[in-house]
Design a protein around this ligand. Structure first.
Ligand code: MOS
Length: 747
């Protein structure tokens, strides 16, 4: 039996089989079943596929100027190197469409728009030969003056028009209200470009068989990526199959099809052999994409008793010319705090720097650095505790559109966190706690991340033996998708976990929206839920009972006082249901977001300005938690990301050429073990019945949002230095350290 089952969510979904929890697996901290495969090297990543087949290896040649034109590419010396098969020159200059909002690889027509732009591919019998010959490709350029300094160019920023959010949102009369406000804050914060720095460098393996292309890649959105690749190659989607079963981290850096996929596909066609390309670590930094740098001006106006009357957030970000994406840094400011008069704007500067695109919590991750820092500064101006200030501005409904919140536990997150962390021990006077040469401070900030739900499909098959298999082109980028889809299926169909298998990342399977924007678990999970509902209906029908009277547990069906094994009910015939979930009115008519609160304790060295994070607590509320362990791990990841954002991470652009100076993990400083204390995460019980049939909301990007501000607010509390230029490297802190704190520490 093979049917389809579709559900558009126009109303909240009440209690479901997941709430009954008869099988008792949903929400449990189940280990990721692919974990042992990964740590023992049996989970193949993109580059490892087709090993042993007559594979050729490609190495990309990248531009060594940041702006201008390619006059000529002479491949003679490279071509004549022993072992070189061909050099693929793509005149269109394919580049990464690194964001779903970006239409596809853009033909650049011989123009160089940034340093590290892929120009051609040397294909050889071995990786080493290809890499060596790549150095023999002679490129002649016509160099032009580039635009490499977003800060210097900020006056040229323009309104880019609507992106993932409108570029401008207004309510009331901001200017008048701000002018009249009793207490005002007007500060500007800057954040640098960042690199996703996923563990697995981007890689692609292409192979043509009978006019059909198979591409093994590490892309987050295979259903979208097939279309992007088809467009880049000028062929039909039906001729392409992308496989991405295991992905070594993405963080947004693998949302779009990359140049390695396009070049590998062309090279495989030209050579008639499978072609492998892996970017070197340096190439990943230089040629994939980055998080936008930002200049953010936050203006807050409030009454003397701390009610916000005017809230303004103006952001300038940069991107390559012609690219539409802008970092929606004002997104949280749109809904986090009340205030009648609001103005949130985004402008963009064209620069000749690597494409900027989505990186974990695009918008919130950097926008909340500015907003939550400003809230801390304003609380001090008002003489209010930062938590009390936020509570006084807790809105009843979404303050911009007036929509009801589907669920919102922001205040509870702050209260639970304050209690657990010992917030009441905080002395609001900076520099008042000292341990030898260390100045100790604590700070807090909130977290929020919009809930983004997408249409999704999945196929669930219940075999005659009563085992279930799930197939969808959803991906797992290390987040635990395999396991949560297994848990949802097991709970819905009453099966032991080990009787459920999940297959992901094959573009030939039903379309899911992939891993991005924290929508993955909810969207793909909901389609699995819908498919399972179809399977349950089919079982009920076979038994001649109502769905509501049917209990499924341990591979048996219980109805009335009869218990029947699934194998007996199925009588040799499998049940296959393809489920499609569509967000409907329930999504449109409520404002949906996940919330949290971060609490941080730091020690700042009074002599060197070095900051050590001592304690970090995040309390989050994101609807139903599908797997306590994987959800918690997502929060740990976000917290660590936030420590890096606050203290160390920064892509340094050479202002003469657009070169990323610190293009490897030795020089681009992500936090390492020694930088990270024992992390604490609390996830509150919550069900959001308007958000999805699972009653869950996004969590993958929640914990990074705001955490950097908790760190820098703690630094301020420790030593009185308010650096508004992220990251807070020790030189910046040291410059602001009051002399007496050094003297005191020396006593
Ligand atoms: Mo996410 S930055 O949409 O992978």
């Amino acid at each position: 039996m093979d049917t389809t089952h579709s559900f558009r969510m126009d109303e909240p979904v009440g209690e479901t089989r997941l709430d009954q929890g008869v099988q008792n697996v949903i929400g449990k901290g189940v280990d990721r079943f692919e974990g042992p495969l990964k740590v023992s090297g049996r989970a193949p990543y993109a580059y490892e596929h087709l090993h042993g087949r007559n594979v050729a290896f490609g190495f990309l040649v990248l531009s060594t100027i940041g702006a201008g034109k390619v006059k000529s590419i002479d491949t003679m010396r490279a071509q004549s190197t022993a072992g070189v098969l061909t050099v693929v020159v793509d005149k269109r200059g394919p580049r990464a469409a690194a964001d779903p909002s970006d239409p596809a690889p853009t033909p650049a027509g011989g123009e160089v728009t940034h340093y590290g732009q892929p120009l051609c591919l040397v294909v050889a019998e071995s990786f080493e030969v290809a890499r060596d010959a790549a150095k023999l490709v002679d490129v002649e350029y016509e160099t032009e003056d580039g635009r490499y300094d977003p800060i210097a160019l900020q006056d040229e920023a323009y309104d880019p028009g609507p992106g993932t959010i409108p570029s401008v949102t207004k309510k009331g009369d901001f200017d008048a209200a701000f002018a009249e406000a009793e207490v005002k804050l007007d500060e500007t914060y800057t954040t640098p470009s960042q690199s996703h720095s996923a563990m697995e460098p981007h890689a692609a393996v292409a192979s043509w068989d009978d006019g059909k292309l198979t591409l093994y890649g590490c892309y987050q959105l295979v259903s979208t990526n097939v279309g992007q690749l088809a467009k880049a190659l000028g062929i039909s989607k039906s001729k392409i199959r992308i496989l991405a079963p295991y992905i070594g981290g993405g963080f947004g850096g693998k949302l779009g099809i990359g140049p390695e996929a396009v070049f590998a596909s062309i090279a495989a066609m030209e050579t008639g052999r499978p072609v492998k390309i892996a970017l070197t670590r340096q190439q990943v930094y230089q040629t994939t994409s980055r998080r936008s740098d930002t200049i953010q001006r936050v203006r807050l106006g409030a009454t003397r008793d701390g009610r916000i009357t005017a809230i303004g957030h103006d952001t300038i970000t940069s991107n390559t010319p012609g690219d539409e994406f802008f970092e929606p840094a004002g997104i949280s400011t749109m809904f986090l705090y009340g205030g009648e008069n609001r103005l949130i704007t985004h402008r963009k500067t064209d620069v000749n720097i690597l494409l900027s695109s989505s990186m974990r919590a695009p918008g919130e991750a950097v926008g909340m650095l500015a907003l939550e820092n400003a809230m801390d500064e304003m609380a001090e101006k008002l003489g209010l505790d930062p938590i009390e200030f936020r509570k006084r501005n807790e809105p009843e409904v979404d303050p911009q559109e007036g929509l009801p919140f589907s669920s919102r536990k922001l205040v509870e997150c702050m209260d639970v966190g304050a209690e657990r962390f010992g917030w009441n021990t905080r002395n609001a006077v900076p520099g008042s706690r000292r341990e030898g040469e260390w100045l100790i401070g604590i700070g807090m900030a909130t977290a929020s991340r919009k809930n983004l739900l997408q249409q999704s499909s999945a196929r669930v098959t219940l075999s005659p033996e009563g085992h279930a298999s799930v197939e969808t082109n959803m991906t797992d980028i290390g987040t635990g998708t395999y396991t949560i889809l297994q848990q949802i299926t097991a709970e819905m169909l009453g099966l032991p976990l080990e009787h459920v298998t999940v297959k992901l990342g094959d573009s030939d399977d039903p379309d899911a929206p992939g891993s991005g924007g924290s929508w993955g678990a909810n969207s793909a999970g909901s389609s699995v839920y819908v498919a399972c509902e179809g399977v349950v209906e089919a079982i009920a029908k076979k038994l001649g009972v109502k769905v509501d009277d049917l209990t499924l547990k341990d591979g048996t069906a219980i109805a009335g006082n009869r218990r029947t094994g699934l194998a007996e009910i199925l009588a040799g015939e499998a049940i296959t249901v393809t489920g499609t979930f569509k967000p409907g009115k329930a999504f449109k008519e409520t404002h949906q977001a996940s919330y949290g609160a971060h609490f941080c304790e730091v020690a700042v060295n009074a002599y060197t300005g070095e900051t050590r994070v001592r304690r970090l607590l995040t309390v989050g509320a994101a609807g139903r938690i599908l797997n306590e362990k994987t959800a918690r791990s997502q929060c740990y990841g976000g917290q660590i990301f936030g420590i890096g954002t606050a203290l160390t991470e920064e892509l340094v652009v050479d202002k003469r050429t657009g070169l990323m100076v610190n293009h490897d993990l030795a020089e681009y400083h992500v936090p390492v073990n020694a930088d990270v204390p024992q992390l604490d995460v609390v996830l509150l019980e919550e069900r959001d019945h308007a958000a999805s049939p699972l009653a869950g909301k996004g969590i993958g990007e929640l914990a990074i949002s705001g955490v950097g501000a908790a760190v820098t607010n703690a630094i301020y509390n420790a030593c009185g230095v308010r650096v508004r230029d992220y990251p807070m490297t020790l030189d910046k802190v040291l410059k602001g350290l009051p002399r007496q704190s050094v003297a005191q520490a020396a006593e």
